[in-house]
Structures are given as C-alpha cells and as structure tokens.
Design a protein around this ligand. Sequence first.
Ligand code: HXC
Length: 261
Amino acid sequence: NDESSGATARLEVADGVGTIRLDRPKMNALDVATQDLLGELAREAGRREDVRAVVLYGGEKVFAAGADIKEMRAMDHTAMVLRARGLQEAFTAVARIPKPVVAAVTGYALGGGCELALCADVRFAGEGAKLGQPEILLGLIPGAGGTQRLSRLVGPAKAKDLIFTGRTVTAAEAREIGLVDHVVPDAEVYEKAHAWAARLARGPALALRAAKEAVDFGLETDIDTGLAIERNWFAGLFATEDREIGMRSFVEQGPGKAEFR
Ligand code: HXC
C-alpha cells in the first residue's frame, strides 16, 4: 500500500498510529473496489501489532462524498442484492477494529463518507466540514450502516431528520447534535485527530480493546448481558502485565506516574 501503488486507499503506519487514507480524486467517491479495500485495510490495522490506534482520513480537502454514484447507477436490483452485504461487511470491519479509531473529517462527509466517519470511536471535524446522508435525494436510504449507527449516535429523531431530508449539516451543527465530537480549524484536523490517536497508542492495548468491546457490544444487548461482558473483561484484565504495571506504579510512585497515563 505504498504511495506509488496508485491505490485508492492505503494504510500508513508511524509511531503506533495507522492512518487509513482515502485517495480517490476528486471526491474520494467510494467505488466497490475502494469499499472492499477499506475493509481489508481495517482488518490489517486490527491485526498488526505496530498499529495501536487508527486515524480515518480523506486528505485536506474532502473526507468522502459517498458511494460512487456513476458506478452505482449501472447496478440493477440483483447486482445490489449481491453487493449490499459486502458493502456492510467492509464498513463493519472498520467499526470492529479492536483499537481506538478516530475520524479526521475535512470538507464533505456525505452518504457513505458520513457512514465511514460513524464507524470511528470519535470524530474530529474541520470548521468547514459538511456532513449528511443525502441518499434520499437519490431515491435511496443509507446502505453502509447509516440508519443504524447514526440513530445510535444521535438518537432516532435527529437521525430521521437527516435521513428523511438529506440535508447537510455544518460542523457546528454536527457538534451540537453529537455527530462530531470536536470542531477544529480545517488545517488542524489531521494533527488534532492524530494527537488523540497517538496518546492512546501509548495506552494499555488490552484494556482499550476491552473498553471498546464492552461499550460497543454492550450497547447491542440488555443490561445484564452487558454487565456480564463488562465483568468478564474486567476480571480478564487482571491477567495482563499492564494491570500489574499500572497498579504497582500507583502504589509505589503515586497517581499519574504509569507510562500510559
Ligand atoms: C461520483 C462524484 C460524487 C459521487 C462528487 N462526484 N460526488 N462522483 N460519486 N458520490 C464528482 C462529480 O461528479 C464531479 O465530477 C466532481 O466529483 C466534483 O463534484 P461537484 O459536484 O462538481 O463539486 P461541488 O459542486 O463542490 O459539490 C460537491 C458535493 C456534490 C456536494 C460533494 O458533488 C455532491 O452532492 N455529491 C454527491 C453526494 C452524495 O449524494 N453522496 C451519497 C452517495 S450514495 P466531474 O467529473 O464532473 O468533475 C451513498 C450510499 C451509501 O453513499 C453507500 C456507501 C458506500
């Protein structure tokens, strides 16, 4: 996935942070090949030990304008019946990366682009970013998890407002409804998102994995099952070296001294 390969997305790794970078001019429109590549890069980021946190990024100008409408237009009902599961599996692979994942959103994040950002744990957006689910304007609904992940994130009424109208929201409104978490100057989006990831890349990887799974899987079930997931992970972490280091350092040196604090 080096730059010379001409790939439409690649995984760049430095200092424990893996950046999954879309690169498909002009608008990072996600054709089927790029969707599948995103899924593969997500699985690779999940597997690799030198990747401890992930940034999703589309470059300085645009995050992603959604599915490639020109490609999608040529697909008939049968073709989409055969494709839709693969599309969702690719995005689910991103959502299931067992490490902290942050989206760095510049410019447009529309349709599948917005849905990709929804697969991250946290979203940083530039002041000029615009997000939305405009599929309704194509006679469609979101197909890469938008109806599910957006409503879980912002609640059903706000999700329906965006999905029914297809309107785009500014970064400020997205922040207000909880669709993004931090709004920063456009030129600083990647830097700020990367700093978030870099901090967690120094953290206790197994505890972070446990935290992510307990929250994400717990949200999909009843509270007793969720609490069982939590307590099994909680007890399981007592077998880790990080827990030993963390507690020893607290007892011997006081709070705030563990390497990953
Ligand atoms: C294919 C696209 C595209 C898209 C933009 N382009 N979005 N091509 N698929 N999703 C192309 C345009 O055709 C144009 O090509 C060039 O990119 C620049 O776009 P403009 O429209 O000229 O630029 P601008 O006026 O700045 O408007 C940008 C924009 C607008 C607001 C992003 O292009 C737009 O509304 N795009 C569609 C967004 C959308 O509906 N997304 C949802 C897709 S459905 P040329 O060759 O003319 O320069 C979806 C389903 C979910 O995502 C499945 C998930 C994978």
